[in-house]
Write a protein that binds this ligand. Structure first.
Ligand SMILES: Cc1cc2nc3c(=O)[nH]c(=O)nc-3n(C[C@H](O)[C@H](O)[C@H](O)COP(=O)(O)O)c2cc1C
Length: 237
């Protein structure tokens, strides 16, 4: 294929109506790309979810930078349909822990999670105790904006909300790991209580709750294996 486009983007007509800029991109050699890719893979392979955090404080600036990195995520129609709500307030963390444990008691002890689900979780050994929610210096709740509400009360649609917020969540986790912090992707479902405790409007729905901090020294994690490339990847030519 030639690099001549019959239908260039943006068209002259489009560019006359909306602003465009030249994308800055440095093309690297394949050797350099492979070295960077291996490095990044090994770095990411070392990420683990932790369930015991150190109480050591973490500056708010670091949380903000991780959220800025997450908010570079692509999103349907560039709506960025997410709100990150962070707290390090001991009383709010206590309330969140209490409400999460109440829901998780029903999930784990009153069989709201069925047997198959509980069996899948068995190697992780998770239960309804969520002490880490009070110990971790920060709790960040990522809310998905199901739709947008304007100041005059009218609403606008958001597109591919779950996909967009899921990508932002992954980038948030990656940013935290990259800077040397740890988190847990936590979903004490149903999570509606987070709207009440954190005072969020009804167009927002809790997506994931992230305790964030340093891992407790010597913390243990399940000895998990990740799928091999040939189990998750195939080619079609
Ligand atoms: C959408 C989602 C929800 C999760 N919810 C919980 C949870 O509520 N509690 C928990 O302990 N771990 C939860 N996890 C963490 C997974 O158990 C963990 O990612 C998985 O075991 C792999 O471990 P790793 O993150 O250390 O690679 C969740 C992960 C995802 C992606």
């Amino acid at each position: 294929m030639s690099d001549h486009y019959e239908f260039p983007y943006p068209s002259k007509e489009l560019e006359s109506r909306h602003p465009f800029s030249v994308y800055e991109h440095e093309r690297l050699s394949e050797e350099v790309m492979e070295a960077k890719a291996k490095d990044f893979y090994h770095k990411m392979d070392a990420r683990r979810s932790v369930r015991m955090f150190s109480p050591d404080p973490v500056p708010q600036k670091l949380i903000e930078l991780a959220i800025q990195a997450a908010s570079t995520a692509p999103s349907g129609a560039h709506k960025q349909p997410w709100t990150f709500v962070a707290t390090n307030d001991p009383e709010i963390k206590r309330e969140i822990r209490a409400a999460a444990e109440e829901e998780e008691e029903k999930n784990y002890l009153e069989n709201r999670m069925n047997e198959e689900w509980q069996e899948a979780l068995a190697p992780l050994g998770t239960d309804h105790h969520k002490e880490f929610l009070q110990v971790a210096p920060w709790i960040i709740v990522l809310f998905e904006q199901r739709y947008e509400t304007l100041s005059d009360g009218t609403t606008l649609k958001n597109y591919y909300v779950k996909e967009s917020v899921g990508i932002a969540a992954g980038m948030f986790i990656t940013a935290l790991h990259h800077m040397g912090l740890a988190t847990l992707t936590h979903t004490p479902t149903p999570m509606k209580f987070l709207n009440t405790i954190l005072g969020r409007p009804k167009n927002e729905r809790p997506f994931v709750l992230f305790p964030v901090g340093y891992p407790l020294e010597g913390v243990k994690v399940p000895d998990l294996n990740r799928k091999e490339l040939n189990e998750i990847f195939t080619t079609v030519f």
